[in-house]
Ligand binder design. Structure first.
Ligand code: NDP
Length: 283
């Protein structure tokens, strides 16, 4: 049976470290602030935002929620982002995705000042990371790399297969693994014979959004399996990995829930402090 990688516990450790840093800065009168912008009343988004706010409070970050109606115009949203960019109290800006279809996510992402882009989605930050300059990485892959490090899973020289190539998970995950000297294969919906590729992997990261896509037939015995997927099936949260059949074969596996999700939120807090320190020239 695979070792269960306890994302919840690792996230709690990261949060504790962030709390220690914010407490130390508070003593010198410095308060970092995360501002979350939520557009509309998408129930899943509202839950994620609440969770982020609760965690921010726990780790000692000031946090503000800007809740705009679902029919807000793109111009009004952009004006709000301009205001936050100019607000010297704000260290990190997160616009909760997805946005309503009349608003261009790309335009919004590009409007956030790169030095306040806690999600690491701005093309300037993505580009910096691509060429090996140190910028903030998107929280989900950053959390997974942090988990590998804390669980002593050495990725150097290993074959990592990432399934999914979105800008927020799959692509940056592949780049982070590459930067850590893994040999990386990046798969997507047009990949032929996915199972044949994933079966050669020492590390599989599934970030697709299809419940149970990765089965026992996709996994080499002893492989590390990371499940990013968050799919609601009959009111229950399910990953992209068929946990029951993969766990007996894998060497280590993340559960859903309690795996990658909490790590993502913890990294958001860590990124906020990192940006706050950089902006205020603190170490
Ligand atoms: P996207 O929909 O943006 O991307 C999905 C990717 O999966 C695409 O690259 C797509 O390929 C690929 N894909 C679709 N079908 C297949 C298939 N049959 N075989 C191989 N690849 C396939 O999703 P996200 O990256 O935003 O999210 C992925 C999942 O992760 C979702 O369930 C999401 O909810 C979850 N998630 C979880 C987070 C967490 O904190 N745990 C954070 C962010 C996301 P193509 O490019 O060709 O279309």
């Amino acid at each position: 049976m695979a070792r269960i990688l306890d994302g919840k516990q690792i996230a709690a450790d990261i949060q504790q470290e962030v709390r220690e840093r914010t407490t130390a800065f508070e003593a010198s009168g410095i308060h970092f602030q995360l501002t979350v912008v939520l557009v509309g009343d998408h129930p899943a988004s509202a839950t994620y935002v609440r969770n982020k706010q609760r965690t921010a409070e726990k780790v000692g970050l000031k946090n503000t929620l800007i809740h705009l109606p679902g029919d807000v115009s793109e111009d009004t949203l952009l004006a709000e982002i301009d205001r936050l960019n100019a607000d010297t109290e704000v260290d990190g800006i997160l616009v909760q995705l997805p946005l309503p279809s009349h608003i261009s996510e790309q335009v919004v992402i590009e409007r956030i000042a790169p030095e306040k882009d806690v999600d690491g989605f701005h093309p300037m930050n993505a580009g910096k990371n691509f060429v090996g300059l140190s910028a903030v990485w998107p929280c989900t892959p950053a959390g997974i790399m942090e988990m590998f490090e804390r669980e002593q899973i050495d990725v150097a020289g290993k074959h990592a297969v990432v399934v999914g190539r979105s800008n927020i998970v799959g692509k940056p995950m592949a780049m982070m693994l590459l930067a850590a000297n893994a040999t990386v294969t990046l798969c997507h919906s047009r990949t032929q014979d996915l199972a044949a590729l994933t079966r050669t992997a020492d590390i599989v990261v599934a970030a697709v959004g299809q419940p149970g896509l990765i089965t026992a037939a996709h996994v080499k015995p002893g492989a590390v399996v990371v499940d990013v997927g968050m799919n609601r099936v009959d009111g229950k949260l399910m990953g992209d990995v068929a946990f029951e059949e993969v766990a007996p074969i894998a060497g280590a596996i993340t559960p859903v829930p309690g795996g990658v999700g909490p790590l993502t939120v913890a990294m958001l807090m860590k990124n906020t402090v990192r940006l706050g320190c950089a902006r205020r020239h603190l170490s």
